[in-house]
Design a protein. Sequence first.
Length: 286
Amino acid sequence: LPSHMDLQAFVTAVADLDVSHSGGFYVQVGAHKQERRFLMVGDGAMALHQYDLDHGVEVPQGKRRSLVLYFKPSSELCSSSNAPWYKDTSAGGDADAQYLLAGCYSTGSCGVDFDPMKAESWYKKAAKKGHWLAQWKLAAQYESGRVSQNVVAARKWHEKAAKAGYALCQLRMAEMWESGLGGRKDKRIAMEYFEKAAEQDDAEAQFRMASAHAFGQGAEQDTEKATAWLRRAAELGHAHAMGALADALARGRGVARDLQKAMHWYRKAAATGVDGVSQRAAEGLR
């Protein structure tokens, strides 16, 4: 579960029902993946946190079962979708509350009407305070033209969040430097951003790194590095990487030839249902 904030709850309680897994509940204290702090919330322990805690779940091994309880200040609020606490704290200058209030206006939830203009205004207030999630959302608003399209402004805000270490914006900046959207074009800088996002386990960035090394476009041609990046992306569920890794294993390209493992990845690729990938994987299974 990616890092997020609980939009509809004033306070959340989390407890693991077993401890037969690695990882688990974490607090995101900065934009970069390395800035995650895992907390033990099992064996009788419980985490209580307010709505403005950026948190998530990562379980590398095993399965996690948990109990999650959401609380609001009154029974009346519990029976509605209203979350009135955001307006007062936002007006007081709290960046997290401003980001969340923007999300309410963006979706027409928490007891406010759908209003993209107000959403953009509150995202901008939080973004100017260095809130990387707000910077990402504001950039997305400018790209989509939900209120007014401005790819130059979108690139500016993506870059701020990318420099803070936010992987999604690092990937988007890589694509923008590669295409020249909203500013200059530079494949060398694009590859630097692709690699930064890939090191944070962004599967699309890992697939792009694999392609760069496979064809020698923007990076040295190296089939072993290409296959290593394919494996990382495939293990994260990237459909195209699964199919390409299966091909590499079947042909011994950048890795020892292994038809059994190739069949494993062909089956997983076929099961994705992604157009082009499933059909090609099915051919590999014949």
